[in-house]
Design a protein around this ligand. Structure first.
Ligand code: KDG
Ligand code: MG
Length: 402
């Protein structure tokens, strides 16, 4: 087979998505997600200017060599923009392979290791009572696992708490919104949330929480310890993990399972965390970590060290990423859980897809390739609009991690 063209398509059905469509001489096309929230046009330009010219004429079946060409051949390798662009190419090529061989991508990755993919939804409220009501709604929808976030007294806005409940989307048009942060208030309040949730929902429901990179290692250790009686499925992104060794401190002090990695781009962001068994779940995802080709290798390394996967699956990953994650999740052995934040109807209409939710699980569907399409005409009705994620400041004005 031969690649003859590749288009970079941008649409905004409620939020921005970037899609790479690779066309072959044989008439088969493949789709890859290239969305990097708040920095979308950097990836558009990287793909159009620097990647597309290099793949024209190549055989789309050569996923490994094309991956190595784009990674090693760049000289300035790594980073979110590059790895998102490589991921988009990689996803589209796996999609083409599946369509050409008339089989779902999971069959090319080893076949099904399970029948369905356990997912978690997002419950959030301005206070503990509202969060508890939101958890109840997810339980009623059939979810077996729910991430819970609550507003913090004294803070006008908190990560993970939004107006729109099912479709939470933190990016906004205009300049970045500013949030306020108090670690002490947060550390005092969050254990009360989980105490209440366990009293209300009992022990069987899986509960998760995202600290969104805001703590130091010893603060994360304190939070993990205080959450132990409520046996969380995981505590996510407790500390920014630029210093992977920092997690030795957290690990030393708590048995709360730790999840990390949605902002990582390559195995080099996670190798110490994995090989020293400092985390329990690796959250790297197809779109920001170099595609299926790279994530397969990361999962294989993690498997040896008792680390399971828990791919990022927020609304800023398009349905193409969600489909790619599901084919990956269902095929690997050390799958843990998949995040599933629902897309809006407008987004689902632009990206018709074969995957579906039933009884707390997602199913990738059985269409050849990734099983997602792109409605070009409809997408054109939603033009790109620049949007930023919020920034965060401590109460005294110091810039902090959002
Ligand atoms: O674009 C940023 C979001 O993807 C991120 O804030 C969502 O932390 C997140 C999560 O766990 O889904
Ligand atoms: Mg997160």
């Amino acid at each position: 087979m031969k690649i003859i063209a590749a288009d970079v398509l941008v649409t905004c059905p409620g939020r921005n998505f970037v899609t790479l469509r690779i066309q072959t001489e044989e008439g088969i096309y493949g789709l890859g997600d290239a969305t990097l929230n708040g920095r979308e046009m950097a990836v558009v330009s990287y793909l159009r200017e620097h990647v597309v010219p290099c793949i024209i004429g190549r055989d789309p079946f050569e996923t490994e060599d094309i991956w190595q060409y784009l990674y090693r051949g760049a000289y300035w390798r790594g980073g979110p923009v590059t790895m998102t662009a490589i991921a988009a190419v990689d996803m589209a090529l796996w999609d083409i392979k599946g369509k050409a061989l008339n089989t779902p991508v999971y069959n090319l990755l080893g076949g099904k290791s399970r029948n369905r993919v356990l997912v978690y939804g997002h419950a959030n409220g301005v206070d503990i009572a509202e969060t508890s009501d939101e958890v109840a709604k997810y339980v009623a929808l059939g979810y077996k696992a729910v991430r819970a976030q609550t507003g913090i007294p004294g803070l006008s806005s908190t990560y993970g708490v939004a107006q729109e409940k099912l479709y939470y989307e933190p990016a906004a048009t205009g300049l970045p919104p500013e949030n306020l942060w108090s670690t002490e208030q947060y550390l005092l309040h969050v254990p009360k949330l989980f105490e209440r949730l366990r009293l209300t929902f009992g022990d069987d429901l899986h509960l998760l929480h995202d600290a969104h990179h805001r703590l130091t290692p010893i603060q994360a250790a304190r939070l993990g310890k205080s959450l132990e009686p409520h046996h969380l499925f995981w505590l996510e992104d407790a500390v920014t993990a630029e210093l992977q060794e920092g997690f030795r401190i957290v690990r030393h002090h708590t048995t709360t399972p730790l999840a990390l990695g949605e902002v990582f781009n390559s195995i080099w962001d996670a190798h110490i965390l994995i090989t020293e068994q400092l985390i329990d779940y690796i959250r790297m995802t197809i779109v920001h970590s170099g595609g299926i080709t790279h994530l397969k290798k990361i999962a294989a390394l993690a498997e040896i060290y008792h680390v399971q996967t828990g791919c990022h699956g927020a609304t800023d990953l398009s349905p193409i990423s969600m489909a790619a994650a599901l084919h990956f999740d269902i095929s690997i052995h050390n799958f843990g859980i998949q995040e599933y934040m629902r897309h809006t109807k407008e987004t689902d209409d632009v990206f018709p897809h074969a995957y579906y939710f039933a009884d707390g699980y997602l199913h990738p569907g059985d269409k050849p390739g990734l099983g997602v399409d792109y409605d070009v005409k409809l997408a054109e009705r939603f033009p790109y609009a620049r949007a930023y994620l919020p920034v965060n400041r401590k109460l005294d004005g110091t810039m902090w991690n959002w």
